[in-house]
Design a protein around this ligand. Sequence first.
Ligand SMILES: *[C@@H]1O[C@H](CO)[C@@H](O)[C@H](O)[C@H]1NC(C)=O
Ligand SMILES: *[C@@H]1O[C@H](CO)[C@@H](O)[C@H](O)[C@H]1NC(C)=O
Ligand SMILES: *[C@@H]1O[C@H](CO)[C@@H](O)[C@H](O)[C@H]1NC(C)=O
Ligand SMILES: *[C@@H]1O[C@H](CO)[C@@H](O)[C@H](O)[C@H]1NC(C)=O
Length: 418
Amino acid sequence: MFLSWLLLLAGSVLTVFGTPVDQGSHFLDKRATDKVSAAWYAGWHSEDFPLSKVSWEKYTHLIYSFAITEPDVHTISLSGSDGKVLPQFVKTAHENGVKAILSVGGWGGSQWFSSNVGSAKNRTAFVKTVTDFATKYDLDGLDFDWEYPGEQGIGCNVVSPHDTNNFLSFLQELRADPIGEKLILSAPTPVTVWSDASGNPSTDVSGFADVLDWIEIMDYDVWGSWDSTVGPNSPLNDTCAPAADQGGSAASAAKLWEAAGFPSSKIVLGVASYGHSFFVPASDAFTCAGCSTLKAFPAYDAAKQPLGDKWDNLTNVDQCGAVSGPSGVFDFFGLIDGGFLNPDGSVASGIDYRFDSCSQTAYVYNATSSVMVSFDNAQAFAAKGNFIKSSNLRGFAIWEAGGDSNDILLDSIRKAML
Ligand SMILES: *[C@@H]1O[C@H](CO)[C@@H](O)[C@H](O)[C@H]1NC(C)=O
Ligand SMILES: *[C@@H]1O[C@H](CO)[C@@H](O)[C@H](O)[C@H]1NC(C)=O
Ligand SMILES: *[C@@H]1O[C@H](CO)[C@@H](O)[C@H](O)[C@H]1NC(C)=O
Ligand SMILES: *[C@@H]1O[C@H](CO)[C@@H](O)[C@H](O)[C@H]1NC(C)=O
């Protein structure tokens, strides 16, 4: 039984009593579980990563990103996300038996959530805005990526101490709507629980669990160029790290959300097909001069932020108009393009490597360019898949579908989780 499952999951041809039975589609393993295998599809990368490159048969849900909030509560906008692709996205998803979800908000698109749900009148109007949108595009669900209720995100969001309560009232009204009642409703969250009116993590979010199908805990950007040392982008665990380096993790976040009333069966783990890069001089990178072992949490030179892969720019301008240097983000495919990894995902020759046993994530380092990258490889995704399974979480959602290469990450997490 176990062996046939493995074979089936690998999508191979099963031999029963000597007769080859082509399993054909991958739909069988979708039906066998209500686990969520999802990814966000970034509309603005659709030229490099067209719909035809999505491995639809390996997903249960794909989430188009983003429709952004607008000052006018009667509108959400697809500007900046190659919105013309959305109808074809939904059609292709449906042809493949995949649920098509639209994500509203995102880091750059959450500016007006607070005012859109800021009064009873606005909530009613916003319910109509999003349900009309869902009907127009034949969507199966809506994903509310508010970064973050009750807290400033990108820098120019409207924020109110009542955000989390208003968000809940809005979702309750949406769920009670005849269209909203049939939609899959989800919400990405940070690794800490949404703030309450006093600015502390909410202690009871069970009301959200009643109206949402699930949350996706965004276990990424836990570490980046805003921290004083290199650290894991997407830690599975952090309680095993030195006290000063416990910045949140999949394990601690799931625990926090569960303690606040969110059942594990409604928690999807948000995982990253990208990593963050840092400029680390060789004198700081290794445990000793002449050693080849990479140091954990080394210092780095923030003034020399490396440029990431082809999806990064030397200068980035955000939705608030703030100008910054490169993000330094390397997608998994970008680590292959950049010479850190071989096309099969193994470490390229001449590159130093460390797999951190606490965060269960990988590091690569090019001593010539001084570039160190914290990222998830197949081993890290397998560890997360095992964690999802052993903790009875609902599944995974990858930011973003196009970051992978040859499904190395996707196949690894599915194999471990299913
Ligand atoms: C309601 O929405 C309008 C824009 O449509 C906005 O001007 C107003 O400030 C919002 N009300 C609240 C209380 O946020
Ligand atoms: C996290 O680390 C702690 C030790 O600090 C350990 O007890 C726990 O099992 C680990 N959790 C996971 C999911 O690895
Ligand atoms: C880089 O620039 C392009 C074109 O302006 C933009 O679409 C993209 O979002 C930028 N990348 C980042 C990481 O901001
Ligand atoms: C390391 O970086 C140097 C300088 O940018 C580059 O020439 C070299 O190809 C890189 N090494 C590998 C293995 O990619």
